[in-house]
Structures are given as structure tokens and as C-alpha cells.
Design a protein around this ligand. Structure first.
Ligand SMILES: [Fe+2]
Length: 231
């Protein structure tokens, strides 16, 4: 991360993440105008593709004025909300770099923070990657057993249902099928899909398997491929 330039030498300076010597990360300003211009260019170059614009707000419940101002200034097709960090003293720590807490404790803390996000009135339509904490579950040691966290997942899903928002099935890592089944059982109405690709070649990765899972749980596609799926 500190040496991102070595990986992407063509990245302009204003895109580089600044990592201060004390370990605090200072992201650059979000270049929304540049992003939307890029979307427009892609739409004109590939008219047969349906390209939605979107933004993923990380912890918008901690940053309401900035998040609200961003959404007021731009008209995104999709707005996702998510949690990537947990409070840590005066700062916050990105979850995948927290190595000094047992994974089960970290997952419960994560789902607790996701509950705070979902119960907030932050403006977003889709909860992204409810299973983000599983990305750092250690390969050695006790395996992850989703049933051990059923109540925590159900609590978040119940609040998500009450908020009227959608559950994203993120295919970066396979979402345990039980979570989608619990979403249906609790009356969850809407599902969206995200491949969290970060690289063009990975867009849509895992969608076939994810769609089969979501369909098996009782949800159905909408009238067009880019619609949400519904029960
Ligand atoms: Fe994310």
C-alpha cells in the first residue's frame, strides 16, 4: 500500500494513497467528476453495455455530513453502504489488518458495527459485503462455522429488512448460503450482486454460482439483468 507506485507507475500523484509515518492513511479526495466522465466515455464507447454509476460509502454513519454532501451533489444510480473498519482509540483500523484479536471476536465486533450502520439513517440502498470480516479469517486454526454466528447475522438482517435496504451477495469470497437463506426467512425483499472486482477482468466473477444460490433461496431476477432480484 505504501509503495503503490511500484505496482501502478502510471498512477497520477493525486490518486496515490498517503500513508503517514505513524501508520495513519490519508486517502486522496474522491474525484467524482473524473469518475462520472469516465462512465460517460465508457457508455459512448460501448453502447450495447448498460453501465450504472455508483458509489460505496464506507462507514457513512460515522461521516454523515460528508456522505450527505456527496450524495446531494451527484446523482448516482446505485449507493452502497458498508463497513471496513472498527474504532481503535482515536482512529479506526481497517479490518483486514487487525491481527491481534481472535477471528470470532473480530467477526462479532464487525457485525455489531454493521448493525450500527444498518440502524442508522445514512442514505444508502444496498448493504455491501456483510461477510467482509471473513476475508481475513485465518486459514490455520479453527475453521469458520456460520451457524456459530447465526444470531449475530440474523440481528443485522432483521434490521436491514426493517430499513428497506437490499442485501448484496458479494462474490469476492463465497457468501455462506445460510446468510441468504436467513435473509429470505426473515422476509428480506431485495438482493443485489457485486463482484467487488477492482480489476476489469474480474467483473461478474462468481455471478453464475451466486445467482444459483440466490435463486435456490427463493429470490427471482427482475425484468432486466441490472435490476435487483426480489422474493
Ligand atoms: Fe467494500
Amino acid at each position: 500500500m505504501a509503495d503503490a507506485g511500484a505496482v501502478r507507475p502510471l498512477l497520477p500523484d493525486h490518486f496515490r494513497v498517503r500513508l503517514r509515518p505513524d501508520g495513519v492513511l490519508e486517502p486522496p479526495e474522491l474525484d467524482v467528476a473524473g469518475y462520472l466522465a469516465c462512465v460517460e466515455e465508457c457508455r459512448s464507447r460501448f453502447p450495447s453495455l448498460r453501465i450504472l454509476s455508483g458509489v460505496e460509502l464506507s462507514e457513512p454513519h460515522w461521516h454523515r455530513p460528508r456522505a450527505d454532501a456527496l450524495l446531494a451533489a451527484h446523482d448516482f444510480d446505485r449507493v452502497l453502504g458498508s463497513v471496513h473498519s472498527l474504532p481503535d482509540g482515536a482512529h479506526h483500523r481497517e479490518l483486514t489488518v487487525v491481527a491481534d484479536r481472535p477471528p470470532a471476536e473480530l467477526l462479532r465486533a464487525y457485525l455489531g458495527e454493521v448493525l450500527g450502520l444498518v440502524e442508522s439513517t445514512a442514505d444508502f440502498a444496498v448493504l455491501a459485503h456483510i461477510d467482509y470480516a471473513l476475508r481475513s479469517w485465518p486459514g490455520e486454526g479453527p475453521p469458520f462455522v456460520v451457524g456459530e454466528f447465526e444470531e449475530e447475522f440474523r440481528t443485522v438482517l432483521r434490521a436491514l429488512k426493517a430499513s428497506g435496504r437490499a442485501l448484496e451477495v458479494n462474490t469476492k469470497v463465497p457468501l455462506p448460503g445460510e446468510v441468504v437463506r436467513w435473509w429470505f426467512e426473515l422476509g428480506g425483499e431485495v438482493v443485489s450482486f457485486g463482484s467487488d472486482a477492482h480489476e476489469p477482468a474480474l467483473v461478474g466473477h462468481g455471478f453464475r454460482e451466486a445467482a444459483a444460490l440466490v435463486e435456490a433461496c427463493g429470490f427471482r431476477p427482475g425484468p432486466t439483468p441490472h435490476d435487483f432480484w426480489r422474493r
